[in-house]
Each structure stands twice: as structure tokens, then as C-alpha cells.
Ligand binder design. Structure first.
Ligand SMILES: [Zn+2]
Length: 146
């Protein structure tokens, strides 16, 4: 699985791959952006940590708080970070890649993970689907890291 480190809406005619120390540049289309409950993860608010946190259930001592096992404490809030799977390619080949943070935000036309989380939490499925629909079939140049 490749990680997209940059998605740029720059027009390039053909699918190109330039080997450059594990970095690839690919020009093609976003074929499909997976919209599931793993689109983003909730991360620890500590800047030096940013590991995945878990929301406490109603049965725990501090329900509704977010538990970070690394920091060994609970927080009132957590920060959503994108972690999306997408299919990109052109008419001859395609591959699945991961988009994180800013790269994912760019693919979703500037929708932040916080905005998406709010829409999903509010059950705005129509609006969420629209965001994912608009992300597909745009021609972009991707910078990929193996
Ligand atoms: Zn932490």
C-alpha cells in the first residue's frame, strides 16, 4: 500500500512514474474514495503523541472521555485525523493508496477531518456522500511514498 504524500491538481497527459528514492509521481484519476467508519481516526490531543485514542464507554469511570494508552490518561476531546483508502489510476492501471491528513483534505476539496466528523456525527449522510462523490474522477498528480 502506497501512501499519498501530496495530491496536486496539475494536468499531466499520461500516467508517469519517476523513480526518485522510493517516491513516485503518478498522474491519474481518483477512481474511488472509500467512505466507511475508518475514514478518520481520533488522535491524542497531546502534540508530541497523536496516537490513536479510544472513547470511554458508559460503563467506565469517565464515560465520554478519550483514553490514550501511550500518555496513560484521559482527555476531554480528541482530534480527528484522516486515514483514507482510495483507488487511483488511469484507464490502463490502478492501485490502492492511503491518504493521510493534508493529502486527504486536498482530495476531499478542503473538507477538514473535523468538519467531516461533525457531519458524520450529525448523520448528514447526503452531505457526506456528496463530499466523497465530488472527490472522484478529478485528474491529479500524486506523489506517492512506498
Ligand atoms: Zn497520547
Amino acid at each position: 500500500m502506497y501512501e499519498v504524500i501530496y495530491g496536486d491538481p496539475e494536468y499531466v497527459k499520461t500516467l508517469q512514474r519517476e523513480k526518485d528514492g522510493g517516491i513516485f509521481h503518478i498522474s491519474g484519476y481518483v477512481i474511488y474514495v472509500k467512505n466507511d467508519d475508518k475514514t478518520y481516526y481520533l488522535a491524542c490531543p497531546e502534540e508530541a503523541c497523536r496516537r490513536k485514542v479510544y472513547e470511554n464507554t458508559g460503563h467506565s469511570e469517565q464515560p465520554g472521555k478519550y483514553r490514550c494508552d501511550h500518555c496513560n490518561r484521559c482527555f476531554d476531546s480528541a482530534i480527528p485525523f484522516y486515514m483514507m483508502s482510495c483507488k487511483i489510476g488511469d484507464c490502463s492501471e490502478s492501485l490502492y493508496v492511503s491518504f493521510y491528513r493534508q493529502a486527504a483534505e486536498a482530495i476531499l476539496n478542503g473538507t477538514t477531518a473535523e468538519q467531516l466528523r461533525r457531519l458524520k456525527d450529525n448523520g448528514d449522510t447526503v452531505e457526506v456522500e456528496e463530499i466523497f462523490r465530488k472527490a472522484a474522477f478529478r485528474h491529479l498528480t500524486f506523489t506517492l511514498k512506498a
